[in-house]
Ligand binder design. Structure first.
Ligand code: NAD
Length: 373
């Protein structure tokens, strides 16, 4: 059983899908590990560390040659996988909705593509969930990025020269990233409030010491669909939410938006007119910018200014913390493959609940029901 670890090729991607720690654990399971030269360099994991952990180091062609499993952070280009075993698994974040052509290419090449972002949200798969591990870091980094752009301090400071007031920070979307953003902004001393369409988050916001901002008495407040994800809201709810949020936004210094709906464009939470009511010097970080953006005028990969408000739209925020993001991502991959390791066969054998959820392609076809039609 040969496992190949690739150096990422997507622009700006600094993470790596295995660390010396997980290489060592795979070797202990009996796998042969081959790591592409400099695969971990951008995340501060040197080739020597991988070699010491038991991997061989080589160029892409030699690493892929004869591989049964190819690990990536993002999906590798199919042309670079020549030489991998027929039916080899590609285990990575494959962006199945955003990059359908590549999924088709994996099918045509006969690979079995396993999309880690389709991991079901069930208790036993929590340790395998790349969306959670990466969102957590993104929520933390979003607050630091906001602090870096903000021309004022976060905490209240009483100094001999007078008092600096605490920043007011509003978090929109309280999933994994939003919860970490709340906790981080609180640690920095901001006054924090937050909102979500799922009413279950109210308790969580309170438990972190922040103030919940919620629409009451409008149908559709539950907002929770399958797997704990948000659903699209009724027009009445959206109108009531926009009114409530408008009044609140005008008083905020920092806004972090994280709202996503799987398989759909991100919901628009802040309009240009609302931005115009905010104080000049305020900062808005749009973590959903690559899924279409929660904030009107946000530009992926840029920090832009509208009405004196900075809108931060960094791409691939987890990759801005490459060492920790790689450590958690690679543990997610190891936890997944090791949980299904069949000692007799010396390879992982998936069950239907998880296998069918994440398998995109098999035997030349696209087989995932979320990609049907
Ligand atoms: P997500 O990244 O899909 O979305 C971020 C947040 O935005 C969600 O809380 C969502 O409700 C919210 N949102 C969507 N539309 C909105 C709108 N119009 N206005 C305001 N907010 C809006 O969410 P996530 O971080 O993946 O978490 C979703 C849920 O799944 C959470 O309850 C989380 O605890 C749960 N979860 C479970 C597992 C597991 O059991 N294995 C793993 C991870 C997350």
């Amino acid at each position: 059983m040969k496992i190949a670890v690739l150096k990422e090729t997507a622009p700006g991607e600094r993470r790596v899908a295995a660390t010396p720690e997980t290489v060592k654990k795979f070797v202990a399971l009996g796998a042969e590990l081959a790591v592409e030269r400099d695969a971990g360099a951008a995340a501060a994991f040197a080739d020597q560390g991988y070699a010491d952990a038991g991997a061989t180091i080589g160029d892409r062609a030699s690493v892929v040659q004869g591989a049964d499993i190819v690990l990536g952070v993002q999906g590798p280009d199919v042309a670079s996988l020549t030489g991998a075993k027929p039916g080899a698994w590609i285990v990575a974040g494959l962006n199945p909705f955003g990059d359908r052509a590549r999924v088709d290419a994996y099918a045509a090449a006969g690979f079995e593509a396993l999309a880690m972002e389709f991991m079901p949200r069930i208790t036993r798969a929590q340790s395998m969930d790349i969306l959670s591990s990466q969102s957590n870091l993104a929520g933390y980094k979003a607050v630091l990025d906001a602090a870096a752009e903000y021309g004022r301090a976060f905490p209240m400071m009483m100094t001999a020269a007078g008092t600096v007031s605490a920043a007011k920070c509003f978090v929109m979307g309280v999933g994994v990233a939003g919860l970490q953003a709340i906790a981080t902004a609180r640690r920095l001393g901001a006054q924090v409030s937050a909102t979500d369409v799922r009413s279950a988050t109210k308790e969580q916001i309170l438990s972190l010491g922040a103030k919940p901002i919620f629409v009451e008495n409008v149908a559709g407040i539950e907002g929770e669909g399958s797997g704990g994800y948000a659903t699209e809201m009724s027009p009445e709810y959206q109108k009531a939410q926009a009114e409530l949020v408008s009044g609140h936004l005008a008083k905020q210094d920092i806004v972090i938006t994280t709202a996503l709906i799987p398989g759909r464009p991100a919901p628009r939470l802040i309009s240009d007119a609302q931005l115009a009511t905010m104080r000049p010097g305020s900062v808005v970080v749009d973590l959903a910018v690559e899924q279409g953006g929660n904030v009107e005028g946000a530009v992926a990969g840029e920090v832009v200014e509208r009405h004196g408000v900075k809108i931060v739209g960094h791409r691939n925020v987890p990759s801005r913390l490459p060492a920790d993001a790689s450590a958690l991502f690679s543990r997610n991959l190891f936890n997944f493959l090791s949980a299904f390791w069949d000692k007799d066969q010396g390879r992982p054998v998936l069950d239907a609940e998880i296998g069918d959820a994440i398998r995109l392609t098999k035997d030349g076809k696209v087989v995932n029901e979320r990609l049907a039609g």
